[in-house]
Design a protein around this ligand. Structure first.
Ligand code: PPS
Length: 574
């Protein structure tokens, strides 16, 4: 038998409202509406399918205060993370929303009406109090506190919801299961004891060992239920992680474990979040829940100290053990013992026995550099998926951005570099000469500062996309403004390498080089605002390379750039 839902009844609002769904859908077309934020969408999905039982909507002020102060809803039910609908005051005024109004809640991705909210109250939160009560500190190093100040609107709206539709997903659809579906599966499989495992990270051998140990100790089956909603900024994307989970499932004995994805928006709230996770797993029917070291931990605060103690989350969940009615399976970190080729909880390792570990940071380093990841740590299938998603530098894209005056020789360098990179092979190389971009992408633009900024930003966008796709991009516009060049660096660096090369040919030489006569026309006042004549060129303050083709031959300049790329691992031995 699956575990009893929190509060006694599974609040599956889809089932409850199925008889009036068509009516609600018609009504939604006549109502004021809002498009949900990503976090609100995650929250609503889990309210509607009962994963947040006993909630039937967004918290009223009374419940919100009670959750903040006592970790309970106002009726006394244990509940640790407040689920509210935050809206801008302007939207509330524009839509004319009042207590008693009905508001359609739409999916931002496809505009579908998912639910109707019956508004019970509006309230303005004290964000500082919320941060301190919920997360222990008003410190923006905490991702949820940062989110509270930068993304959360100032008015919270409470009220119950009625279900119209489930949010449509297009990825890993078969692996997403609602509480009702998972409960039905447990029944079909005859699983009466299920230990749930929460994760927002890729799984390796240690995780497989940990879950099997938990199953063995509780005579249970295993539910791997990773979060695919919102996790900690900087985490590995859920597409990669789900492929990893799918690769690890065959490592369990047949029939022992199942994988189901959870579209939860995590808050990284440590102890409070661990209790919330336990409640959610109970609603999905799990009877046991693994809580490890630093569960849902946000990392370090602005003073460099961990927000929560390593076992604070375990302690809080254990404190509420009876009330939660889901058995917590506390876990120490597992570590590898090479001499006996086994994993053991760190507190069970006899003195003097050798252990091995690869930290998250070390793993990321090895993925980045292509350094080996041993089989004792992870499965080759998992490593292959992670490597695909984190290609080493040699397979990543990069952009070489040449900036300089007209006729400085940057086009000749760009062309020669393209040939040299084609000779190197391994990537397709794209040339974005100033002139080409002006014809193909920016033909309607002139040369005011604003128009030049737009032009450079377009180049940045294209260079970023090419870099992301693993190509080599060589751009050679004048790009006279430091600020615009820095923005390109920011855009491209998100995806791969970026090198700013200042082609610092003296103006007199550029004028000599110029066979099209534009400098002469600019000097004669026939062209206005010409860079170097009557318009500014801001010299790059910190280029990766500064070159002057009047003193260094193009072949040597290309070689200097190649040396930079080789130094950083973008080219070289494959
Ligand atoms: S910018 O500032 O980066 O947007 O300029 P860019 O797109 O690279 O300029 C491309 C070519 O436009 C010609 N041109 C001018 N350049 C500077 N100032 C003015 N007012 C101007 N009017 C036309 C210039 O010949 C640039 O050529 P290249 O060969 O690309 O340097």
């Amino acid at each position: 038998m699956a575990n009893t839902p929190h509060g006694g009844v599974l609040k599956d609002l889809h089932t409850r409202d199925a008889p009036i769904q068509a009516q609600l859908r018609d009504e939604a077309e006549t109502l004021p509406y809002i498009s949900l934020t990503e976090r609100q969408l995650c929250d609503l999905e889990l309210i509607l399918n009962g994963a947040f039982s006993p909630l039937e909507g967004f918290l009223s002020k009374k419940d919100y205060d009670s959750v903040l102060d006592n970790m309970r809803l106002s009726d006394g039910t244990l509940w640790t993370i407040p689920i509210y609908l935050d809206l801008p005051k302007d939207t509330i005024d524009q839509l004319g929303l009042k207590v008693g109004s009905r508001l359609a809640l739409r999916d931002p991705r496809n505009d579908t009406a998912l639910a109707i909210l019956y508004i019970s109250d509006f309230y303005r939160p004290d964000k500082e109090r919320e941060a301190i009560k919920l997360y222990g500190a008003n410190d923006k190093a905490h991702p949820a506190v940062a989110y509270l100040w930068s993304h959360t609107n100032d008015t919270y709206v409470g009220g119950s919801v009625q279900a119209i539709a489930e949010p449509q997903h297009y990825d890993y659809v078969a692996a997403r299961r609602s509480p009702a579906e998972l409960r039905a599966l447990f029944k079909k499989l005859n699983w009466s004891r299920v230990v749930a495992f929460q994760t927002r990270n890729p799984m390796h051998r240690a995780h497989r060992e940990l879950t099997v140990r938990a199953a063995r100790s509780r005579h249970a089956n295993v539910l791997i239920q990773p979060v695919v909603g919102l996790t900690k900024p900087g985490d590995i994307d859920h597409f990669t992680r789900v492929r990893v989970y799918q690769a690890i499932m065959p490592k369990y004995p047949n029939g022992m474990a199942t994988l189901s994805l959870l579209p939860l928006a995590m808050r990284m709230g440590g102890p409070r979040e661990a209790v919330w996770h336990a409640i959610i797993r109970k609603n999905f029917g799990a009877t046991h829940f693994i809580v490890g070291r630093d569960h849902a931990g946000p990392g370090k605060n602005s003073l460099g100290v961990d927000f929560y103690g390593p076992y604070e989350a375990q302690d809080l969940v254990l404190k509420f053990a009876d009330e939660l009615a889901i058995e917590v399976v506390p876990f120490q970190m597992l570590t590898y013992l090479p001499d006996t080729d086994e994993y053991r909880p760190i507190d069970e390792v006899p003195d003097g026995v050798r252990t091995l570990n690869i930290s998250g940071t070390e793993l990321r380093r090895r993925l980045k550099t292509g350094a080996p990841i041993p089989e004792w740590f992870s499965y080759p299938e998992v490593v292959r998926i992670l490597r695909e998603a984190n290609p080493p530098r040699i397979k990543q894209g990069f952009t070489v951005f040449l900036t300089g005056l007209h006729a400085s020789g940057k086009d000749a360098i760009a062309r020669a570099l393209q040939v040299s990179l084609n000779q190197e092979g391994g990537r397709s190389t794209t040339l974005l000469l100033g002139e080409t971009i002006r014809q193909e992408l920016s033909s309607e633009l002139g040369f005011t500062k604003r128009e030049r900024d737009i032009n450079i930003s377009r180049i940045g966008f294209v260079a970023g996309e090419l870099t992301r796709a693993g190509a080599a991009c060589i751009a050679a516009p004048i790009a006279p403004y430091e600020d615009a060049r820095n923005k390109v660096r920011d855009t491209v660096s998100r995806w791969g390498g970026f090198y700013l090369v200042h082609v610092a040919t003296p103006l007199e030489q550029c004028i000599k080089n110029d066979r099209s006569g534009v400098y002469k026309r600019a000097q004669a006042g026939e062209i206005k605002g010409f860079t170097g004549i009557d318009d500014v060129y801001e010299e790059p303050s910190n280029p990766d390379l500064r070159v002057d083709p009047t003193v260094t031959p193009v072949s040597q300049i290309v070689h200097e750039i190649v040396l930079l790329l080789e130094r950083d691992g973008y080219i070289g031995e494959r």
